[in-house]
Design a protein around this ligand. Structure first.
Ligand SMILES: [Zn+2]
Length: 325
């Protein structure tokens, strides 16, 4: 009997070429195009709703695949959309509503620009981030343009300890900031900026979508817009009231711009005790970021599979032939 390849729901974030990508979320444009071509040739790209139905029904249809993007970067409209349109691949973009047209980069990108860029930093830092005291010493002679260049391939997915104290600080602060509300995080970032005498700017390569880009995606006929909270916090760290506003306000803001929003992706891929709130908010389905889901499948914890900046053979090995969801 022929093995049926279960439906797979892919997670992308960015389609662009980056110097530094500490979370491993950028796929180069040429590789993205090839991945989409292979998906068309060797899997069956379908809408997210169709893939969800197939996951829930335990379908016997072979090789269904849905494409999703998290966060809502401008490159989704500028670089990914033309490829999706040309190849007729449906996709869903889960957008962080508070970043749309905010004129600011996503908070993790601001942190990366501050700590892993060329800006000189004081050697000592003491800061309170939420409930956590962070105190570090950055060796004065550790960071240079040469070190910056030689470590820019580092990502949090790289095994082993961070290559420099700045990378360690990035990881610590990322971890501390992710659990804060939007306001508390903004205050902590402002304090870091004062410490470093640094003012954030929006790099062309790191722009979130603006209202025009979101509208272009929604009007394309191949992209559906989904919700991804208002400020991208780790939901498990917030009070119920705050979780509710992140989930419901994020959706309302998007719906004001593009009409009905039916799907939700949990920030950082974990439902964080918010499954019921997402259901109460009226979403049809919600998505986590691990490739293994509950059995029987849970409509509000549908698994997805990460895709990296992979060449043809790695994409084929990990995605095209995989028999499991
Ligand atoms: Zn996200």
């Amino acid at each position: 009997m022929k093995t049926v390849r279960q439906p797979v729901i892919l997670i992308y974030h960015r389609v662009t070429r980056l110097e530094s990508d500490p979370h491993g979320i950028a796929v180069r444009p040429d590789r993205f195009r090839r991945q989409m071509e292979l998906l068309v040739e060797r899997r069956r790209p379908v809408t997210l709703s169709r893939a969800v139905d197939a996951v829930l029904d335990g379908t016997a249809e072979d090789g269904l695949a849905a494409v999703t993007f998290d966060d809502g970067y401008a490159d989704n409209a500028g670089i990914a959309l033309p490829v999706l349109e040309e190849l007729g691949v449906p996709a869903t973009v889960f957008a962080v509503s508070g970043s749309l047209g905010s004129g600011r980069e996503f908070w993790w990108d601001e942190l990366e620009a501050l700590l892993l860029g060329s800006h000189p930093l004081p050697t000592g830092l003491r800061i309170r981030v939420g409930e956590r005291n962070v105190a570090v010493t950055l060796p004065a002679d550790e960071w240079s343009e040469t070190v910056r260049r030689s470590t820019r391939g580092w990502s949090s997915r790289t095994p082993g300890s961070p290559p420099t104290a700045r990378h360690g600080l990035y990881a610590t602060l990322f971890d501390s900031l992710r659990g804060l509300s939007g306001e508390a995080r903004g205050r902590a970032l402002d304090e870091l900026g004062r410490w470093a005498e640094w003012t954030p700017s929006t790099r062309e390569t790191h722009r979130p979508l603006d209202a025009g880009g979101l509208a272009r995606l929604a009007a394309s006929g191949v992209v559906e817009i989904g919700a991804h909270t208002e400020h991208h916090p780790a939901l498990s760290c917030l009070s119920r009231t705050r979780r509710w506003s992140e989930i419901s306000d994020g959706r309302r803001r998007l719906e004001e711009m593009v009409g009905p929003v039916r799907h939700f992706a949990y920030p950082f891929g974990d439902s964080g005790g918010s499954r019921r709130l997402v259901r109460k908010a009226g979403f049809d389905a919600a998505f986590i970021t691990t490739p293994k889901g509950a059995r029987p499948p849970d409509r509000y914890r549908i698994p997805r599979t990460y895709v990296g900046d992979w060449d043809e053979s790695e994409f084929a090995r990990r995605i095209l032939t995989s028999a499991s969801a």
